[in-house]
Ligand binder design. Structure first.
Ligand SMILES: [Ca+2]
Length: 156
């Protein structure tokens, strides 16, 4: 009974106080914000970390659908949190999630040298919502994600 009371209390707090900062959208225990000011991938990740999150990871297909919708609100491609590791072969999410799911565009990732950062195509692209590995130094809008209840995911 004590546990039930505690849980009821916790849920009440969640219902009353949104766990997301006011400029974020809440979806499935995560907060998302599309930032239109273009930054390089690393600057964008740093800006998201400053707000208590990371560039958005896409953990499953329903995340892909939501995140693609969020990015289509802007005009152009936007950075997500995927980056190729230094070994050149595998990718990792900046928030430490394992890479279970990918949604590469046709022929992607092209794996050109120096193009290890991943953006999602915006609505102006014919394959909107698909992923593209591109040069990390290019500046793009970006999507931050804060996972509430678990801010301790600062894996590198
Ligand atoms: Ca590419």
């Amino acid at each position: 009974m004590e546990t039930l009371g505690l849980l009821t209390g916790v849920y009440s707090v969640i219902l009353v106080i949104s766990p997301c900062p006011s400029n974020y959208v809440t979806w499935y225990k995560n907060c998302y914000r599309l930032v239109s000011e273009p930054k390089t991938w690393e600057e964008a990740e740093a800006a998201c970390v400053k707000e208590g999150g990371h560039l958005a990871s896409v953990d499953m297909s329903y995340d892909q659908a939501f995140i693609s919708g969020a990015i289509q609100q802007g005009n152009t491609d936007a950075w997500i949190g995927l980056r190729r590791k230094a070994d050149g072969d595998t990718y990792q999410w900046s928030d430490g999630w394992p890479v279970f799911y990918t949604h590469w565009g046709p022929g992607e990732p092209t794996n050109h040298k120096g193009e290890g950062c991943v953006s999602m195509h915006g609505r102006s692209h014919f394959i909107q919502g698909t992923w593209n590995d591109t040069a990390c130094e290019v500046t793009k809008p970006y999507l931050c994600k804060i996972t509430f209840g678990n801010h301790l995911c600062n894996n590198q």
